[in-house]
Design a protein around this ligand. Sequence first.
Ligand code: TYC
Length: 106
Amino acid sequence: MSSKREYDLNDGTVVEQSKPKLQRPPMYRVVLLNDDFTPMDFVIHILETFFGKNHEQATQIMLHVHTRGKGVCGIYSRDVAETKVTQVNDYSREYQHPLLCTLEEL
Ligand code: TYC
């Protein structure tokens, strides 16, 4: 008996093809965390500058983080997500704000 992936070499030897085992690369949520000190306008500026949000979207995300504790800025490949996290945290520190940005695997 030989299935789609099996080939009989006619001497009883059965060769089985391995199944293709491709996986999509994991994606990551870039998340902002709330704190009591970073000004709301600064968070909105971050969302506009680093995440391409318009003013209305940025305001909504900022308010979501402010009331719920954290919120998603965007979903990216690992490389892009890590770069955004580093850029946002470096930029916040440059302006002496404690704002924290982090990533979560989906
Ligand atoms: N909670 C901050 C304030 O009241 C605003 C804020 C929003 C800070 C979102 C961080 O990720 C944040 N000024």
